[in-house]
Design a protein around this ligand. Structure first.
Ligand code: HEM
Length: 296
């Protein structure tokens, strides 16, 4: 039991699917993301915005906004320096995530990470949920009962995963061009620049619209889902957003093991300020990108 469990009172757990539950289900909290997971996501978010903020002026260096930004911070060389600094930190986050997954699977034998309801690997239920959700949008069926990760969570995860691998690999190829030129034709490095720039635009467009909508702006979560900052969900949220997971946790008796205290006020406020800054920063960057892209 963690320190966060300290004020877990002996209140009875509301059975699954009992509808809008008691008042307590709004005040009983359960752990969704661990502290290291929240840190990694936070650093990933900061470095991603940092890379977009520094990469986009390099990509659109002919625009007045980019040139004004460059002269304010000391030139395009300075921008590239901060781009590479953010790139190194983001790469470390990526490697830390891979190492953590490998450790949990190999050393702790948590095979559930590779397959099943707690895995990010897509399964048949995700396809069924996708079509079920389309039917629900059209008033043709009930809302699917999502598990720990809905199909859009997995889509976002894999989009970022492969995006980072492609952008990262092409970025390092350019950064250490003489080294890579020993193994690949020099013209491939020009292609690396093209891939890097286009994939980066895709990533910026994806994260600042689809990922933000899926996680924060969609009905039910709007204006923000603070769970990624506080790490917790209320029982009511768990019941409504992840009914299959909730049911499983109740039936297996695991639910009480992930019971935690309500997030402290400072953490709630921090989540709102940090999240709002990221979302607004993303919107500004995507608006500038669209304008620069259309004018190009
Ligand atoms: C490990 C990660 C990364 C590394 C090592 C890296 C490295 C680089 C390097 C060396 C350049 C300069 C290329 C030149 O000499 O002109 C560059 C440009 C750029 N980077 Fe990255 N980068 C990384 C991640 C990202 C990410 C995540 C984004 C987007 C959010 C991004 C967006 C850009 C853009 C838009 C350019 C300008 C491309 C162009 O001029 O067409 N980078 N990056």
């Amino acid at each position: 039991m963690t320190n966060e469990n300290v004020d877990a009172a002996n209140q009875p757990v509301v059975p699954p699917n009992e509808g809008p539950a008691s008042k307590e289900s709004d005040t009983r909290y359960y752990m969704r993301f661990s502290v290291p997971q929240r840190y990694l996501h936070g650093i990933l978010a900061i470095t991603f915005v940092g890379l977009a903020l520094t990469g986009l002026p390099l990509r659109f260096s002919n625009t007045r906004v980019a040139q004004g930004f460059a002269s304010a911070v000391g030139g395009f060389g300075t921008i590239l320096f901060f781009h590479l600094f953010n790139a190194v930190v983001m790469s470390l986050v990526f490697l830390a995530h891979l190492a953590n997954v490998a450790y949990r699977v190999v050393a702790r034998k948590e095979y559930g990470l590779l397959w099943g309801p707690n895995s990010m690997i897509p399964r048949l239920k995700d396809i069924q949920d996708f079509f079920g959700n389309l039917r629900w949008f059209l008033f043709l069926g009930p809302k699917p009962k999502f598990d720990r990760y809905a199909y859009w969570d997995k889509f976002d995860y894999w989009a970022v995963f492969w995006g980072m691998a492609i952008i990262g690999f092409s970025g390092y190829a350019m950064w250490f061009a003489p080294f890579f030129a020993r193994f690949i034709p020099g013209s491939w490095l020009n292609i690396a620049l093209l891939i890097h720039g286009e994939e980066a635009l895709l990533a910026v467009g994806f994260i600042f619209t689809i990922h933000f909508f899926n996680t924060h702006l969609r009905p039910g979560n709007f204006p923000m889902d603070p769970a990624i900052f506080s790490g917790r969900l209320t029982e009511k949220e768990l019941q409504h957003k992840h009914p299959e997971e909730y049911k499983r946790l109740v039936e297996s008796g695991e639910l009480e093991k992930i019971r935690v205290a309500a997030p402290p006020v400072w953490l709630r406020n921090f989540g709102w300020v940090f999240g709002t800054a990221l979302i607004l920063g993303g919107f500004v960057l995507i608006a500038l990108t669209v304008v620069a892209f259309v004018k190009e």
